[in-house]
Structure formats: structure tokens, C-alpha cells
Design a protein around this ligand. Structure first.
Ligand SMILES: Nc1ncnc2c1ncn2[C@@H]1O[C@H](COP(=O)(O)OP(=O)(O)O)[C@@H](O)[C@H]1O
Ligand SMILES: [Mg+2]
Length: 275
């Protein structure tokens, strides 16, 4: 499954790493109370190895073909992220940040190179195993939140657990705790459209961390928020990262956000600059 290219400047144009239509199908089943289609793999079937290196990318490359033209979105990027790091990814628009995040999210398959996420070489995994890896090990936060509009905040946050086949009796307390942690307990039954931008991003952060992923990828998470709200969201992300010992890679244009990170990886023209 390939994610659509994020269109710079197009509001709401970015795509969820788990295909939205897959969300739709599974959620419609849930909401209409006919039961959730179980994923073809069993929860826990995929062992995510305990490793100090959460991301280990060796010369990963991504090219797209537009007619006869080849577009090199990411050219031979190598990077490692250690467990518990909070790293900023900066660079001008179009330099390949979102494409790199999408490859680390196992949404886009690298055209070349070797990518290991939580010790698993993704090139050797089949579709089901990649889906399982995404659902267990990875959380994603988007610039435009990407919450499901017809679901309540509680249902949006429950989604990753539901898709992973958790029992409902385990989902309820986990969601309540996550909503409490992001300060949205009182908004649980509201739909996203009734929330402020900052509240929507808090809900999206709760959704991204609910399944205790190893790796959280955040693509311009403060890019659609005013400065103060953006700072609050960044503080929350940082707190969740520390409290839950997450590894975070955050693409950002915001210099303050980048400097709040443990270190900065800079990209230009599809390449990672020396760091
Ligand atoms: N699905 C796609 N098809 C064709 N070109 C793409 C696609 N996704 C990204 N690109 C191109 O790859 C380059 C990097 O894009 P992107 O990763 O979105 O950069 P950034 O997030 O840094 O703005 C751009 O030239 C963009 O137009
Ligand atoms: Mg981008």
C-alpha cells in the first residue's frame, strides 16, 4: 500500500499510514456492532525484539516515477535512532522528510537499502507482518491530525487497539488513561470537529501512543497550530516520550521545536546532511 504524496500547503492533504479505507471498513463494522474483522495475524504473533536501536537505516532510497521521469525523494539516507531518543528532522519543503518518515513507518517501501525497525529487517517481511509491525511498534502524528471525523475522541483513540484485536474490556481503561494523560477526559464523547486544533492534536497524540509503540513518527505536528498551542503540543509530546520511554522522530520547520529535541538530523535534496 502506498501513501499519497503529501501536497505542500494543501490543508488536510496528508494520508494516514494505516490506509483510511481500512480504518473505514473496520470501524464501520465496529460501529454497526457486527464485530470487528480480525486481522489475519494473531495479536502478539509478531515479536518485536527488544533492541537498543529502534531505527537502523542503511542507505535507504525512495524514488517515484512520473511518466518517464524518475523523482528521487530520498537518496541513500542512513540513520540510527536509539531507544528513548527524541530527534528532530529538519530541512526545506520537498527535501524528503515525509517520505523518510513514511518509510520508517513501513508505509512506503524503500526502493533500495536496508531498514530495520525494532530489530526487524523490514525488507524480509510480508504484507501481514509489516501491518503487524506498524500496528504494534509504530505510532504516527500528522500535521493535520487525521482523526476520523465520524468517530468520537474515545473511538479515535481506541482505534489502534481495536485494529490489533485487543479485547474491549482492556481497551476501555487504556483509552481512559491515555485521554487523562493528554487532558481530554472531558472531551471523550465529542467528535473531532467540535475540538480546537490543539485538542485535536492531543487526541491524535493519545491515538499514536495508546498501543505503547517503540517508535513515534511525527510529521510537522505543530505546523497547523498557533505558536502557543504548538508549544503546548510539543511539551505534551516530549512528556509522553519521557514518561513512556518512546523513541520519537519529529519532522519540523520550527526552530524552537527542533532545539527542544535531543539532537537534530538535517535533510537537503533527499540526503541527510552530516550529523
Ligand atoms: N507519491 C509521490 N509521487 C511522486 N513524487 C513524490 C511523492 N511523494 C513525494 N514526492 C516528491 O518527493 C520529494 C520529497 O517530498 P516530501 O517527502 O513530501 O518532502 P518534505 O516532507 O520534506 O516536504 C518532493 O519532490 C515530492 O514532490
Ligand atoms: Mg512533508
Amino acid at each position: 500500500m502506498a501513501a499519497q504524496a503529501p501536497q505542500e500547503g494543501s490543508k488536510g492533504g496528508e494520508t494516514s499510514p494505516d490506509a483510511v479505507d481500512a480504518y473505514d471498513v473496520e470501524l464501520c463494522a465496529w460501529r454497526s456492532n457486527v464485530g470487528v474483522p480480525r486481522a489475519r495475524f494473531k495479536p502478539g504473533q509478531m515479536s518485536v525484539e527488544s533492541t537498543a536501536l529502534i531505527v537502523d537505516a542503511e542507505s535507504i532510497r525512495k524514488t517515484y516515477r512520473n511518466g518517464s521521469t524518475e523523482i528521487v525523494a530520498v537518496e541513500a539516507a542512513s540513520l540510527c535512532l536509539k531507544a528513548g531518543e527524541f530527534v528532530a528532522l529538519t530541512g526545506p519543503s520537498g527535501c524528503g522528510k515525509s517520505t523518510l518518515l513514511n518509510m520508517l513507518a513501513c508505509v512506503e517501501v524503500p526502493t533500495a537499502g536496508v531498514l530495520r525497525i525494532a530489530g526487524r529487517a523490514t525488507g524480509s517481511l510480508g504484507d501481514d507482518e509489516l501491518t503487524s509491525l506498524r500496528r504494534t511498534a509504530i505510532g504516527y502524528v500528522f500535521q493535520f491530525f487525521n482523526l476520523m471525523p465520524m468517530l468520537t475522541v474515545r473511538e479515535n483513540v481506541a482505534l489502534p487497539l481495536l485494529l490489533s484485536g485487543w479485547a474491549r474490556r482492556r481497551i476501555r481503561p487504556a483509552v481512559a488513561a491515555a485521554l487523562q494523560a493528554v487532558g481530554l477526559r472531558d472531551q471523550a464523547e465529542q467528535r473531532p470537529a467540535t475540538l480546537s486544533g490543539g485538542q485535536q492534536q492531543r487526541a491524535a497524540i493519545a491515538r499514536a501512543i495508546i498501543h505503547s509503540p517503540k517508535l513515534v513518527l511525527a510529521d510537522e505536528p505543530t505546523g497547523n497550530l498557533d505558536t502557543r498551542t504548538g508549544t503546548d503540543v510539543l511539551t505534551l509530546l516530549r512528556r509522553m516520550q519521557r514518561d513512556r520511554d518512546l523513541t520519537v522522530l519529529m519532522a519540523t520547520h520550527n526552530a524552537d521545536a527542533a532545539h527542544a529535541a535531543d539532537r537534530i538530523i538535517r535533510m537537503r535534496d533527499g540526503k541527510i546532511e552530516a550529523h
